[in-house]
Design a protein. Structure first.
Length: 299
């Protein structure tokens, strides 16, 4: 097989896009099937186009720099945004070298679709940023609750909302076989119901709420799930307002050294919105709140 036929075979079968463009005119003089498919053009339609027509306007200065560096024999692998025929965009990485093609000064460029890699990197960055914000918020919450001279139930709920979004929430203390609402966050008519009491029918109910010091997550409070039925039976009479218009619910016990001090209930109008990670974050706040509650009893 001649060198020319070998080159042509490699050119046609390469998985990455290969584009040859004229340095003087800026036009595409050849492209392989991968480049055609990548951009959504038939081969004959792609050949003769201005190369910059494939590149998002924001990336064109970077493309101009790439052309200059590649012509001089330098190495540059810029990441750019390309535009398909249908107008959608995707991320690519360019690399290439100068060559003489049919007597013309050209660049042979490898154009690799890196959209999946860019997407994964951004998701990782967002994940790290979110975790950093959460850790900073937890530290601030801890410092705020530790520095408070007296219990501030509403402040605890406000601090919790920084890291766990909810439609409404309530902080309860255990008093004389009942849960007493110390603070509620949500619509004004709901907040105006404070204080109210939720009667506990025996130690079994309290034990169920304590749940071995683990949060309880309910995807749909109106479902036939036993936890949902238990919640509806518990929140009756004046406390039933906590369920109006709600779907998801999460209960986080407040306990110090095995003693149940109370709990935090958070609700959301969207079904199954609370994750295990939300539960872990809320439990961290609840542990701080339980200590604050215990200190308030002492002082």
């Amino acid at each position: 097989m001649s060198k020319e036929r070998t080159y042509q075979s490699l050119f046609e079968t390469a998985g990455d896009g290969l584009i040859v463009h004229d340095v003087e005119t800026g036009r595409v003089v050849d492209a392989n099937p991968a480049a055609d498919a990548m951009h959504g053009y038939a081969r004959q339609a792609l050949i003769g186009m201005q190369t910059t027509a494939l590149i998002h306007p924001d990336s064109r200065p970077l493309f101009d720099e790439y052309v200059q560096v590649a012509q001089s024999g330098g190495a540059l692998q810029p990441q750019m945004v390309h535009v398909r025929r249908d107008g959608s965009s995707f991320y690519v990485e360019w690399s290439g070298a100068a060559l003489i093609y049919h007597g013309q000064r050209c660049l042979l460029s490898v154009v690799r679709d890196v959209s999946n890699r860019v997407r994964a990197e951004r998701q990782l960055q967002q994940h790290v940023a979110a975790r950093t914000r959460e850790q900073a918020a937890l530290l601030e919450i801890s410092q705020t609750l530790a520095s408070a001279l007296e219990l501030q139930p509403a402040l605890i709920l406000d601090q919790l909302r920084v890291i766990v979004e909810y439609t409404h929430a309530g902080l309860f203390a255990v008093e004389d076989s009942a849960l007493v609402a110390l603070a509620v966050r949500g619509p004004r008519q709901l907040e105006e119901t404070v204080p109210f009491r939720v009667r506990l029918d025996g130690p079994e109910t309290l034990a169920a709420l304590f749940n071995e010091h683990q949060p309880i997550r309910i995807a749909d409070v109106w479902s036939a799930d036993p936890a949902a039925q238990f919640l509806r039976a518990l929140l009756h009479d004046s406390a039933a307002v906590l369920l109006e218009g709600m779907q998801a619910w999460m209960w986080i016990p407040l306990a110090v050294q095995g003693r149940v001090m109370g709990g935090i209930g958070v609700a959301h109008a969207e079904r199954d919105i609370f994750t295990a990670h939300h539960a872990d974050l809320a439990l961290t706040v609840a542990n701080q709140a339980a200590i604050a509650l215990a200190n308030a009893e002492l002082y």
